[in-house]
Write a protein that binds this ligand. Structure first.
Ligand SMILES: Cc1cc2nc3c(=O)[nH]c(=O)nc-3n(C[C@H](O)[C@H](O)[C@H](O)COP(=O)(O)OP(=O)(O)OC[C@H]3O[C@@H](n4cnc5c(N)ncnc54)[C@H](O)[C@@H]3O)c2cc1C
Length: 626
């Protein structure tokens, strides 16, 4: 094997995880080499052309607050932007932006290429090499070269031993016709990793010039577009936006699918990988929700410099002829032309319970894993893990403690803790229901929650940290002032209350009490509060949320204190669970294989009961006392 250069860190993968990992490690001063099978597919979006959405928008904001790139990159390249769930509470509010896929990839590549300590290389990594002390030492490539490194971050996505299925046609390939990564799975098995087989799918792409949009319902972007990045000036991103369209499947669509289900690799058994329950293919929807007469479909542009349209809600692996029939059955698509078939892709991924919360392998030190390879699904989930793995690879090289984001601090914490502590038997995608402290983990306050950690990690500037500290102080001061601000029951005030369908007041009332009323807010009451300081809209909204949800926020804060107590109970490394009397057999097995870092983490492992936790807490508290 020919030795070819030495690096601090090597990142295997140029997808959403790989880009964040490579940028984080190189911005922390590491000499980094990033490999990708094709440099023309950097930050490629092989599926939906959008970033964000419910809970995923939260992840993007958190990535940004920690010093990651995804938020800035989509602010530069979006073609439509919408705030979702505006009728729901602040915990559900989520930004989603339609991306120009080609522009997104191009822009991310420019960012990578302008990074001083970062080099990118097109080559398939065929093996990871470790030494006999259990440390990673580098990678080998298909060209017979060995690249030495002190840390390696695997971000191989949907490429490991992947194959694509469309009807009876099965192709050994990565997504979008790119090459598959043939060799690495074998090496990972030899290193003792347990691999799983997962699957995901994508719809066909349609030539937009063959669609009759007059038969569909246009979907408009927001008049005022909100940026993902806290460092993006909102005024600088306002632009003309493209339209998306709402359409529906119908009985003809469903019949075309039912008639050929035996030719679907999903139902013929050709597909072995496990798919995501929450991302069903159209054939799955027709079978599982047979009573539904129609399913929503969104027609979304893939970009501004192409006619290609993405058919969201109709991912499929049905045979080509059936696809043509089913897409042409939609109103407005009667004479549409497919540019690419829908397909399913099967690929290998790791069992994420074999990693630590730092995303380092428990078996091989210096080896980190991030993204789809860990069993997650989604650009945002991948980018979040990539950022954490990149930071921690650099910290590992520098002999520093890893950055661990708690479930109470961010969706990123929930994502990684779920993957590491519970593992996943299907592609894991983020949802708000997974976050027990979601009222505290809103997309609007990601900067207040995580900027300090981003600064501690070394990715966020002092200047940005100071700005956030000032914002925090302003919010605290103004919330306290508003709570003491009494409003008199003036005619004007009661006129406003009447106008808003709110009960008039007869006596003085605190501004904060009025702001709690669903039909009112801190902002609406501004005309009756001449002492208030002028705040930017984001800061004013923070004050509003603090006033409006005071009780709920307090309750969740109390729950977080309880959570932290258990998280703070560290389990000694290497504890032999078999010698703990009173612990049930199942709990011993689960704890021995998952090796949780804290009692809190242990309490989230399925099969470990509260009684087991009490035994464990007692045992740890009395260790060394006998
Ligand atoms: C067909 C399809 C449909 C999808 N549908 C959905 C969906 O509906 N919802 C959803 O949330 N997500 C979906 N996804 C998943 C989404 O694309 C991924 O979650 C996301 O891209 C993962 O990012 P990543 O960085 O982990 O990996 P990827 O974006 O897959 O990037 C992996 C990178 O690793 C490189 N690489 C891999 N192996 C090697 C090697 N051995 N040597 C060198 N380089 C290597 C590749 O070149 C690539 O740059 C879909 C993906 C595909 C392919």
């Amino acid at each position: 094997m020919r030795e070819s250069g030495s690096w601090d860190a090597i990142v295997v993968g140029g997808g959403h995880a790989g880009c964040e990992a490579a940028l984080a490690a190189s911005r922390l001063g590491m000499k980094v080499l990033m490999f990708a099978i094709s440099l023309d597919s950097i930050a490629m979006m092989p599926c939906n052309p959008n970033i964000g959405g419910t809970s995923k928008g939260h992840l993007v904001r958190e990535i940004d607050a920690l010093g990651g790139e995804m938020g800035k990159n989509i602010d530069k390249t979006f073609i439509q932007s919408r705030m979702l769930n505006t009728s729901k509470g602040p915990a559900m509010l989520s930004l989603r932006a339609q991306a120009d896929k080609a522009a997104y990839s191009r822009s991310m590549r420019q960012v990578l290429e302008s990074e001083e300590n970062l080099a990118i290389r097109q080559s398939e990594v065929t093996a990871v090499r470790v030494d006999d002390t259990g440390k990673v030492i580098g990678v080998e490539t298909e060209y017979g070269a060995f690249h030495r490194a002190r840390a390696v971050v695997l971000c191989c996505g949907t490429y490991l031993a992947s194959r694509c299925l469309c009807g009876e046609t099965i192709i050994e390939s990565g997504p979008n016709g790119l090459r598959t990564a043939k060799a690495l799975s074998g090496c990972l098995r030899e290193l003792g990793f347990r691999l799983q087989r997962f699957k995901t799918g994508t719809p066909a792409r349609i030539d937009g010039s063959t669609i009759d949009y007059s038969k569909m319902i246009p979907q408009y972007g927001d008049e005022w577009q909100t940026p993902f990045s806290f460092s993006t000036d909102p005024g600088s991103i306002q632009r003309e936006q493209v339209l998306c369209y709402l359409a529906y499947t119908n009985e003809a669509t469903h019949e075309a699918i039912r008639r050929s289900l035996d030719r679907s690799p999903m139902y013929s058994g050709a597909i072995k990988g496990t798919g995501a329950r929450y991302c069903p293919s159209i054939e799955d929807k027709v079978v599982r929700f047979a009573d539904k007469p129609r399913h929503q479909v969104f027609i979304e542009p893939e970009g501004e410099s192409t006619n290609e349209m993405y058919v969201s809600g109709m991912s499929t692996s049905m045979p080509e002829d059936v696809q043509e029939e089913m897409y042409r059955s939609l109103s407005g698509m009667e004479s549409c032309r497919l540019t690419r078939n829908g397909y399913a892709i099967e690929y290998d991924c790791l069992d994420s319970t074999e990693l630590r919360l730092s995303l380092e392998s428990r078996k091989w030190s210096g080896l980190f894993c991030a993204g789809q390879i860990n069993g997650s699904s989604g650009y945002e989930e991948a980018a979040a893990q990539g950022l954490v793995a990149g930071i921690n690879a650099a910290r590992w090289i520098l002999g520093k403690e890893p950055i661990i984001i708690k479930r109470s601090e961010g969706y990123i914490g929930v994502l990684i803790d779920d993957l590491i502590t519970k593992g996943t038997s299907e592609p894991y995608r983020m949802m708000t229901s997974r976050a027990e402290y979601r009222l505290l983990l809103r997309q609007d306050n990601a900067d207040l929650r995580l900027t300090e950690l981003g600064h501690e990690a070394g990715l966020v500037t002092e200047e940005r940290l100071i700005k956030v500290e000032e914002k925090k102080n302003l919010i605290e001061k103004e919330t306290a002032r508003a709570k003491k601000k009494a409003l008199s029951p003036s005619v004007e005030l009661n006129a406003l209350l009447a106008e808003r369908g709110s009960t008039p007041v007869a006596t003085g009332i605190f501004l904060s009490d009025l702001a709690k009323r669903p039909e009112l807010s801190y902002q609406i009451l501004a005309p009756f509060d001449s002492d208030r300081p002028s705040l930017d809209p984001d800061t004013a909204e923070q004050v509003n949320i603090q006033l409006k949800y005071e009780g709920y926020i307090k309750r969740q804060m109390d729950q977080v204190e309880q959570f932290k107590k258990l998280e703070g109970k560290v389990i000694p490394e290497g504890l032999d669970y078999n010698c703990i009397k009173g612990l049930r057999v199942e709990a011993r097995q689960k704890l021995s294989s998952s090796r949780p870092a804290s009692v809190g983490q242990a309490s989230r492992i399925s099969g470990v009961s509260p009684a087991d936790i009490s035994v464990l807490v007692y045992f740890i508290a009395n260790m060394g006392k006998a």
